[in-house]
Design a protein around this ligand. Structure first.
Ligand SMILES: Nc1ncnc2c1ncn2[C@@H]1O[C@H](COP(=O)(O)OP(=O)(O)OP(=O)(O)O)[C@@H](O)[C@H]1O
Length: 651
């Protein structure tokens, strides 16, 4: 095969361009990225060799070897991992398959424009741009690799300018060598960033890659006086040179160490690197368990929710290890979906390495571990809510939605998440604009109050302006604000809390307990009887847009509002379904008119002029459109609405 030239995929080019004309200042992390890739490749071979020992080709000691060459100005990182064949090279080092990379590029641009605090070190690697970071320090990169179990080796070369070449070559050992031809700023003793300097390299390995599970080695030329047969130094002999291979990392995985010996910075560094995060975790769980099943878990709640947490491309799951041997990256079956934001790993000697990953995920041990971890996490969250409200509210702002989704999606999957999660929910209250739990709400309910009132809207101001709120405000009744479309679904799934049912201020009868309300209700019923003809004609004009037209006893100063029948979804839920392209669930809309508003008298007068008169019909339409607007919904025909309002204003 002759040498072939390939073009990088457009996105890769963009990324390479960023690396070459580096906006990154923290170049040194390239080493961490390449070591990490080497370790991943060894992990893969290690795992596969458990069922196919031939792949090891007689080689048993895994190793990552670093060779700085001050004369050739190169730095080589070699591993005896799985290696790559031709297809792998094209696939892995020519394209960026990950959808997150585009988002990375955008985020990076944003950060640059905003001149934000986010440093390059923080961002790089988060979206898997690891290998390309080599171009920050290298003018060109050569990759020589042979896949374990295959005979042909390949050489990949690029200067990072949009093209790369592939050629066949010889490589006796399986695995990969990445040779960096360092740029002139990155070699030479006079340079601050001299990556051919052994002290520099060993320092970086200690700093960033100490816990890598395989030895990271480097050769040192040592000048020593020879020793005699008894091991004693021969003092008068001239010094001799020999090469000594030293291991630079301690190789002890962080999670196997004692909690009390681990410094917060170590957890932080591990979390950021292992899980491509760039902020500190907000919670760390490091547990060792023995008993029915033995395991160590090191879990983190990231400081910030990933932008795609609720999108289908988000991959939840924990890393799995057995006796420190990596099994898989994203095991989804450990934690319930509502904890999808938790990152971390589980290492258990009780997990069998010799069964397929699919079967492993079904295993009894795994389920048991998962249940324990879930309990642990929920207990910690409950403790935070109780003891450190500020911290919990921060958690809530990032992940509250996930718990709320968990409550109602549990209904569909048959898990009962309600009891586990209902006491962890927070809603903003009309009382003080602060977040409160359901327990707090119920604890301060007014005497005789039977229901937990809530209102749905896009923000606090929109809800406060709802005509339906006025009556409750007058009665000093606390209302919970449902500001997120999922809130109402969660509340529906809970149904009732401590025997108190949830009740939307825009749905059904408010059922207040006081005499005044009952009297008002009675009055409205009498008035409705007197105006039966009027209400029927409005309903007839609006047709199937509304299920009913009624006189309101919930409105104070507002003229109209739209409510939903108590049986069936609310209007907000209907809207949420519509957004999700599921128009099946429709609210039964009821138009309520305030009989004490001047507008009502006007309506009566117009009605006397005939139900077919233009004036009456225009009023009916405008009333309905107004009610829609109050719910944040556009009138069906905004132009006609504007036209009618304009005509009336001109009169
Ligand atoms: N030393 C290596 N041995 C074998 N394959 C490698 C090696 N280095 C890189 N690769 C392959 O190239 C791919 C791309 O590497 P890159 O560092 O860009 O991303 P990644 O490692 O997949 O993502 P991340 O950096 O987010 O872990 C890897 O997924 C792997 O398949």
């Amino acid at each position: 095969m002759a040498k072939e030239t390939f073009e990088f995929q457009a996105e890769t080019k963009q990324l390479l361009d960023l690396m070459v004309h580096s906006i990154y200042t923290n170049h040194e992390i390239f080493l961490r990225e390449l070591i990490s890739n080497a370790s991943d490749a060894i992990d893969k071979l290690h795992y596969e060799s458990l069922t196919n020992r031939d792949l090891l080709e007689g080689d048993t000691g895994f190793e990552i070897h670093i060779t700085p060459d001050a004369d050739a100005h190169t730095l080589t990182i070699s591993d005896n991992g799985l290696g790559m064949n031709r297809d792998d090279l094209i696939q892995n080092l020519g394209t960026i398959a990950k959808s997150g990379t585009k988002a990375f590029l955008e985020k990076l641009k944003e950060a640059q424009e905003a001149n934000s605090e986010v440093t390059d070190k923080d961002m790089i690697g988060q979206f898997g741009v690891g290998f390309y970071s080599a171009f920050m320090v290298a003018d060109s990169v050569t990759v020589v690799t042979r896949k374990a179990g295959e005979s042909q080796a390949y050489k990949w070369e690029s200067t990072g300018d949009g093209q790369y070449t592939l050629d066949e070559c010889e490589k006796p050992k399986h695995g990969t060598s990445i040779i960096l031809h360092l740029g002139s700023d990155f070699y030479g003793n006079d340079k601050e960033e001299n990556y051919t300097d052994r002290d520099k390299i060993s320092g970086l390995v200690k700093q960033y890659s100490d816990y890598i599970r395989y030895p990271i080695t480097m050769d040192y030329t040592v000048k020593e006086k020879p020793k005699d047969a008894d091991g004693k130094v021969i003092e008068d002999a001239p010094e001799e040179e020999h090469v000594e291979t030293r291991t630079l990392n301690s190789m002890q995985p962080l999670w196997t160490r004692n909690k009390s010996d681990i410094k917060p910075e170590e957890y932080k560094e591990f979390f950021q690197h292992q899980f491509f995060e760039w902020e500190d975790p907000m919670e760390i769980f490091h547990t060792k368990a023995e008993g029915a099943v033995e395991y160590t878990a090191l879990l983190f709640i990231p400081g910030r929710a990933p932008f795609n947490l609720y999108y289908t491309d988000y991959e939840a799951g924990l890393q799995l290890y057995s006796r420190h041997v990596f099994i898989m990256d994203k095991c989804k079956d450990l934690l319930p979906d509502y904890l999808r934001f938790v990152k971390g790993l589980v290492d258990s000697p009780d997990l069998s390495l010799n069964i397929s990953r699919e079967l492993l995920q079904q295993s009894r041990e795994l389920k048991l571990i998962g249940r324990n971890l879930e309990k642990n996490i929920l207990k910690t969250l409950a403790r935070d809510l109780d003891k450190d409200r500020e911290k919990y509210e921060k958690f809530w702002a990032e992940y509250g939605k996930s718990l709320k989704i968990g409550i109602y999606s549990g209904m569909m999957t048959g898990e009962n998440n309600v009891d586990k999660l209902k006491d962890l929910l927070l809603f903003m209250s009309s009382k003080d604009g602060k977040l409160c739990t359901l327990k707090e709400y119920v604890g301060r309910m007014k005497e005789g109050q039977q229901k937990i009132y809530f209102a749905t809207g896009k923000d606090r101001a929109a809800i406060d302006a709802m005509p339906q709120m006025e009556l409750l405000r007058d009665r000093d009744l606390e209302v919970l604000y449902m500001l997120d479309p999922v809130d109402e679904f969660a509340v529906q799934a809970i149904g009732e809390y401590e025997g108190k049912k949830f009740h939307s201020v825009s749905q059904g009868d408010l059922d207040l307990d006081d005499d005044e309300y009952k009297e008002e209700k009675k009055k409205a019923e009498d008035l409705a009887k007197d105006n039966e003809g009027l209400l029927k004609d409005i309903k007839d004009y609006l047709g199937d847009k509304v299920a009913d037209v009624r006189l309101s006893n919930r409105l104070k100063s507002g003229a109209v509002c739209l409510v939903a029948d108590a049986a069936g979804p609310s209007i907000a839920m209907e809207q949420a379904f519509a957004v999700a392209d599921n128009p099946l669930l429709k609210a039964r809309r009821i138009l309520e008119i305030n009989p004490h508003h001047d507008l009502f008298n006007r309506l009566q007068t117009l009605h006397e002029g005939g139900k077919d008169s233009q004036g009456f019909q225009d009023y009916c339409q405008l009333l309905y459109d107004q009610a829609l607007l109050l719910e944040g919904i556009l009138p069906d025909d905004p132009a006609a609405f504007a036209q009618k309002v304009a005509q009336m204003m001109a009169r």
